[in-house]
Design a protein around this ligand. Structure first.
Ligand code: MD6
Ligand code: FE
Length: 226
């Protein structure tokens, strides 16, 4: 499946739905939105900044408190970064791998995250943490709630880059039925307020080759963690 950046696209799974157009806003919950292609005009500035962050704090695979190695590789930038190990999930000011502070959040990251939050009607979004996830084909994120942040109503702003993925957006119990939402290169999902604690996850990434990012999906999530 291929697309160039401004033609409508469909995922096989969604072949019976209307094609998706950049600029489209989809409401997926009371206070949850997918902003189609919102980041595309920012990427010439954002991708080089991402490269710099990844040089200072490379992706690494982390272990959950239950002892499983995550299929998704992670890193962070900003005042706080998210980590997990045998002793639990938490935010830290230092990268445990280097003992140094996480790289600064590039200005372009923060500006984009704030613009997206505003578009989804969340004002005063001041992200202090950006968690960066890397999916290779087969990698997945099982259903979870994001609840390690101090404010649990401030939104999470989530940018998708590279290969498309199927996002699961559920309810407040793990067993609630979830919607399946395709996320493409340049899409931003924003949710907060009453929806902030909804379960969500990502189905195993399908193989493919993205023209700009290759055989991977990178997801950036911005939060007010501290
Ligand atoms: C992902 N995202 O899209 C995984 N969490 O790769 C998340 O777990 C997530 O996208 C909270 C808010 C937005 C997200
Ligand atoms: Fe999450």
């Amino acid at each position: 499946m291929m697309r160039n950046d401004d033609t409508p696209i469909t995922l096989d799974l969604f072949a019976d739905q209307a094609p998706i157009t950049p600029g489209q806003v989809e409401q997926i919950g009371q206070q949850s939105f997918v902003l189609r292609g919102f980041a595309l005009p920012w990427l010439d500035r954002l991708l080089p900044a991402l490269e710099n962050v990844l040089q200072a704090a490379p992706f690494r695979q982390m272990v959950t408190p239950g002892g499983f190695t995550m299929s998704v590789a992670l890193t962070s930038c900003g005042v706080l970064g998210w980590t997990t190990d045998r002793s639990g999930y938490r935010y830290t000011a230092d990268d445990p791998q280097t003992g140094h502070p996480w790289p600064d959040m590039p200005h372009v990251f923060r500006e984009l995250a704030q613009a997206a939050a505003r578009e989804a009607r969340f004002e005063h979004f001041e992200p202090d943490a950006c968690l960066i996830n890397r999916y290779v084909p087969g990698a997945r994120m099982s259903l979870h709630q994001d609840k390690n942040e101090r404010s649990l109503t401030a939104p999470v702003v989530s940018l998708s880059l590279g290969l498309p993925a199927v996002f699961q957006f559920g309810g407040f119990e793990r067993s609630d039925k979830s919607q399946r939402i395709p996320l493409f290169h340049g899409d931003i999902a924003v949710w907060g307020g009453v929806d902030r604690l909804r379960y969500h996850g990502v189905l195993p990434l399908k193989p493919g080759e993205h023209p700009r990012l290759g055989a991977q999906r990178i997801n950036l999530t911005f939060r007010m963690a501290g």
